[in-house]
Design a protein around this ligand. Structure first.
Ligand SMILES: Cc1cc2nc3c(=O)[nH]c(=O)nc-3n(C[C@H](O)[C@H](O)[C@H](O)COP(=O)(O)O)c2cc1C
Length: 218
């Protein structure tokens, strides 16, 4: 089994690769520094649990940058000096990257610098799911798994553990949205292979789930 140190070294190498935008146009995009996440506030947890629900009608209003920053931190940001995250993850190996599909392109959340790294200039929101609202909702998160980081297990187990990791992040997103008056839905109705192609993922990576975030409305 890989040690934590070996796993971390692999992750750093992969993170450096992931930081290279996949399309030429995206190479003109600059990393987007997010404002520091506030990491405080919100409603009590019990109230957030009472408010948590899925939404399938969205306005096209985009969340302000501070809200996006707080959302991504709550989802899978760093919450300890060790670099560990707000969500638990399989065997202490970080396999999930959060891709953020917005009107201005696709970005990858980089928790260490708390920034969005450019991935594609294309608006791929419509490709992130099989339901109509995904094309116009301001923000779709795509939970992409690095299969190559999950050694010593079968492809089925890779899917399983990557899905569990994604679901924990998804629940953080649900509770953050409930607390902040945002709307969300975790989604399995995704053409994973088609989306992986649209995102130009290498063969070793795969799409698990997606999650729409925005404000409720038609
Ligand atoms: C694994 C999983 C996959 C889901 N996939 C979808 C989906 O593709 N589209 C959708 O609209 N809702 C999806 N949902 C949301 C569920 O339909 C929703 O959580 C359930 O109906 C209960 O409603 P609530 O979240 O409002 O309590 C999914 C939820 C989970 C846990």
């Amino acid at each position: 089994m890989m040690t934590r140190r070996q796993a971390s070294a692999g992750i750093l190498a992969s993170a450096a690769l992931a930081a290279v935008p996949v399309d030429t146009l995206a190479q003109t995009m600059k990393p987007l520094a997010l404002p520091p996440a506030r990491g405080e506030g919100g409603v009590p947890l019990t109230q957030a649990l009472r408010l948590r629900h899925s939404t399938r009608e969205y306005s096209d209003r985009a969340p302000p940058m501070q809200v996006l920053s707080d959302l991504l931190w709550a989802a899978y940001g760093i919450n300890r000096p060790s670099g560990d995250r707000t969500a638990p993850y399989w065997r202490h190996v970080m396999v999930i990257d959060l891709y953020v599909a917005m009107a201005d392109g696709v970005w990858i959340y980089e928790p260490k610098s708390h920034a969005l790294l450019p991935h594609s200039k294309d608006d791929l929101r419509a490709q992130t799911g099989l339901q109509d609202f995904v094309a116009t909702a301001p923000l779709n998160l795509v939970y992409v798994a690095h299969g190559e980081r999950m050694t010593d297990i079968s492809p089925e187990e890779r899917r399983l553990y990557a899905s569990v990791d994604a679901a924990f992040i998804g629940q953080n997103v649900y509770l953050f949205c409930a607390s902040e008056g945002l709307a969300t839905v975790f989604r399995g109705a995704v053409d994973q292979a088609k989306l992986a192609r649209a995102l130009k993922l290498p063969d070793t990576q795969f799409v698990t789930f997606a999650q729409t975030v925005g404000y409720a409305g038609a």
